[in-house]
Design a protein around this ligand. Structure first.
Ligand SMILES: NC(=O)C1=CN([C@@H]2O[C@H](COP(=O)(O)OP(=O)(O)OC[C@H]3O[C@@H](n4cnc5c(N)ncnc54)[C@H](OP(=O)(O)O)[C@@H]3O)[C@@H](O)[C@H]2O)C=CC1
Ligand SMILES: N[C@@H](CCC(=O)N[C@@H](CSC=O)C(=O)NCC(=O)O)C(=O)O
Ligand SMILES: [Zn+2]
Ligand SMILES: [Zn+2]
Length: 381
């Protein structure tokens, strides 16, 4: 038992007080975990494009004030009544896609989406409809059930997984979102081995899709990105070709170009941009009769996808993937072992490091174009 168990903890957290505002690192009070909850000392967190999406006000589910962050790694400080899946001192990764193993979704065998805590998670609250975070008595919203931009956070026991202590948390924290999302989107899609693939967007997610497609044996991998600086990254991760759509002749659509150079289109395409026009291009770059396009990118409030229904009538399939279709509590320990055995890359994605007080600079790093992932050290102010 830690000597803080059962007591509120005062610590620093990065609060976003309103849409579009920078984060403010301030003292908050973190209440003890209630039944079936876990309080975690967060040591490291990545910054994902989705944190910026919600901070910017583009997320229709966005609530303020909020403590963002969903790509963390930490150590269990204390547990609430009835928690059996993790123990004090365990190294853990919070999961924004819970896995209760008993709801209709979990038992279906068809999806990784769990119904147990998603409704309250979307309201920025714990399952009992209250918050564990307060600032001078004012409740602050949780985010994605994880809120890793706080030195201590509280999560539901179905939203956390213990991992091998040999794994460095400053690296495996990225399994909380980016790397796992990309890995799962590919390995859970049958048929990639021996097939042609195009990946739109070469941030951490797109690069992870490229690396995993190479790992499972895709025959060709075309990377598409408007940022020329991403060519070397894409090739390093296993892309066989890089195309910058802005360099095509005026009026030439990227999907038409891809269909021409691939003898009718790709077997598989992935959107990792969040841009609905790119999602359409990715679908239309698929081969007639069998091409499958997966949407991973998250689009802003009010944005909708469109295409001619004929694209689907003629056999192309449009699908989406959340957290790569991965069931976190069941599958992340295995991914950590794959990382330790050198089968899954993580270190390569960490291009920037920031101290906690520099978290806004971490967000700026993301916009600079040369950042794949920035990892924030929550222990250093
Ligand atoms: N479904 C899920 O479970 C998850 C979804 N996401 C979402 O995935 C998306 C990608 O995330 P992440 O990799 O972190 O984001 P990044 O912003 O790092 O990567 C996106 C890349 O796409 C490039 N790009 C922008 N516009 C175009 C275009 N028109 N055509 C081709 N490339 C373009 C960007 O270039 P530039 O650098 O110039 O901007 C950048 O290189 C986001 O929408 C994120 O919210 C993330 C995690 C999980
Ligand atoms: N709140 C947004 C939806 C955002 C979204 O689609 N999130 C992804 C994960 S993105 C991680 O970086 C996801 O897993 N979605 C499934 C879910 O249950 O949220 C909106 O309302 O548009
Ligand atoms: Zn994310
Ligand atoms: Zn469930």
């Amino acid at each position: 038992m830690s000597d803080t168990a059962g007591k509120p903890i005062k610590c620093k957290a990065a609060i976003c007080w309103g849409a579009g505002e920078p984060l403010k690192v301030e003292e908050v009070e973190v209440a003890p975990p209630q039944a079936h909850e876990v309080r975690i000392r967060i040591l490291y967190t990545g910054i994902c494009h989705t944190d910026e999406y919600t901070r910017s006000g583009k997320d229709p589910e966005g609530l303020f004030p909020v403590i963002l962050g969903h790509e963390g790694g930490g150590v269990v400080e204390s547990i609430g009544e009835g928690v059996t899946s993790v123990a004090v001192g365990d190294h853990v990764i919070p999961l924004y896609t819970a896995e209760c193993k008993e709801c209709k979704f979990c038992k279906s065998g068809k999806t990784n989406l769990c119904g147990k805590v998603r409704a309250t998670q979307g309201k920025g609250l714990m399952p009992d409809n209250t918050s564990r975070f307060t600032k001078d008595g004012q409740p602050i919203h949780h985010f994605m059930g994880t809120s890793t931009f706080s030195q201590y956070t509280v999560v539901a026991d179905v939203s956390v997984v213990a991992v091998d202590k040999k794994a460095p948390l400053e690296k495996v924290c990225l399994l909380g979102c980016g790397i796992t999302t990309a890995w799962g989107a590919v390995v859970k899609q049958p048929g990639i081995k021996g097939s042609s693939v195009a990946v739109f967007g070469c941030g951490a997610i797109g690069l992870g899709v490229i690396a995993t497609s190479a790992l499972v044996g895709a025959s060709s991998i075309i990377a598409v990105d408007t940022n020329p600086g991403k060519e070397s990254w894409a090739k390093k991760m296993g892309a066989t070709q890089f195309i910058n759509p802005t360099t095509l002749p005026e009026g030439k659509k990227i999907q038409d170009h891809l269909v021409e150079i691939t003898d009718g289109g790709l077997d598989f395409t992935f959107d990792a941009t969040g841009n609905v026009h790119v999602m359409r291009a990715a679908l239309e770059a698929c081969h007639k009769g069998w091409g499958v396009s997966t949407i991973i990118g998250v689009a802003a409030a009010g944005q909708e996808i469109s295409t001619r229904p004929f694209q689907l009538v003629t056999g192309r399939v449009w699908r989406g993937s959340a957290f790569g279709g991965v069931k976190g509590r069941t599958e992340i320990p295995g991914l950590v072992e794959d990382y330790l055995n050198g089968k899954v890359k993580i270190d390569e994605y960490v291009t920037h490091h920031r101290k906690f007080l520099e978290i806004n600079e971490g967000f700026n790093d993301m916009h600079a174009g040369d950042c794949i992932r920035c990892v924030v050290d929550m222990t250093v102010l």
